[in-house]
Design a protein around this ligand. Structure first.
Ligand SMILES: Cc1cc2nc3c(=O)[nH]c(=O)nc-3n(C[C@H](O)[C@H](O)[C@H](O)COP(=O)(O)O)c2cc1C
Length: 306
């Protein structure tokens, strides 16, 4: 019998869907593949208005669930479940974490899970939170693939701002296309062969190792430091904003605006200093940091890793 795979994903703009389609494009004959989408009851806007965008930070970081549409799971016994998601504010996106925290996530119990992340470039805390939820429902993480924008950090921030708030993904005269590079999406096909071979040989134990050998997870050490700094601040601001009310409520607008301004200062004014101190930390703490990089590239879980 062919191995069976369920792909379950959320994608707002379709970027992650195109990554998943590419990974599995050559596997239709080798495997039996079903695909299901996580749909929030109330759609998130795209392009975003700045106020609505920043207003998502507290619920993303604190993983406050919102309603999602029922997911029509079948009775099939899947050999592998692929979970496709993206980070929002260094945390699993609200629709994806709402699924992980819902009763529907019981479907993942005792299943082998491959996570596929489509990010700008900061996904470490999101994956740690996802690992925690997978442990909570007794699912087994057997692999992870990460897709990210290879442009320099500041360039990727500028292009994602253009994409997020104006809907313009395409390159302009001065700036490249936003998001994961087309070439990386195209080359994702190579992972599909590895996944189906491991399934056919009943060898999921080695899946992640094989994906790593194909550069399935690349990680710049400086981003470990920057992400740790970022999430520390978000964790302070999130409950402080929620003291004033729920997502969308007028009463918290002032605090959300202040957060967005401070984030702007952090990203555009302090960022060069922050990147410089991160590079120094990479130089002086290299061996400790490389252990961290190794941990984040792998699928084991350690409490409070970030
Ligand atoms: C509200 C919001 C917050 C985001 N925060 C992050 C982040 O913290 N780290 C990151 O690498 N990408 C971040 N992104 C980019 C997304 O992870 C993702 O790459 C992009 O939204 C496209 O994904 P899609 O497949 O859902 O369209 C954010 C996007 C949105 C909309």
């Amino acid at each position: 019998m062919k191995p069976s795979i369920l792909i379950l994903y959320y994608s707002q703009t379709g970027q992650l869907r195109s990554i998943l389609d590419s990974i599995f494009s050559g596997q239709q004959t080798a495997c039996d593949i079903d695909i299901l989408e996580i749909k929030p009851r109330v759609k998130f806007p795209f392009p975003w208005k700045a106020a609505e965008f920043f207003d998502c930070m507290p619920e993303s970081v604190l993983q406050v669930s919102e309603e999602i549409e029922p997911i029509p799971f079948s009775e099939k016994k899947y050999d592998l479940i692929v979970l496709g998601y993206q980070p929002w504010f260094l945390s699993p996106s609200i629709p994806f974490s709402s699924f992980l925290k819902s009763d529907a996530a019981a479907f993942l119990q005792d299943k082998n899970i491959l996570t596929v992340i489509g990010s700008r470039n900061m996904w470490l805390n999101a994956q740690e939170k996802t690992k925690e939820q997978l442990i909570a429902v007794n699912a087994k993480l057997v692999g992870n693939l990460v897709f990210f924008d290879r442009s320099p950090n500041l360039t990727s921030i500028l292009t994602i701002i253009r994409w997020t708030f104006k809907g313009q993904k395409e390159a302009t005269k001065r700036m490249p296309e936003a998001g994961v590079q087309k070439q990386d999406i195209e080359n994702a096909k190579r992972f599909g062969d590895t996944i189906s071979q491991c399934l056919l040989q009943n060898n999921l134990k080695q899946l992640h190792e094989k994906l790593l050998a194909q550069d399935g997870v690349e990680l710049n050490p400086a981003l470990v430091i920057l992400e740790k700094r970022g999430i520390k601040n978000f964790r302070k601001f999130a409950p402080w904003i929620r003291e004033k009310g729920e997502r969308g409520q007028e009463a918290r607008k002032g605090r959300v605006t202040l957060f967005s301004r401070l984030l702007f200062v952090g990203v555009f004014i302090l960022s060069p200093i922050s990147s410089f101190t991160a590079s120094l930390a990479v130089l002086f703490n290299r061996s400790k940091l490389m252990k961290e990089v190794d941990y984040f590239k792998n699928i084991a879980y350690r409490e409070k890793a970030i």
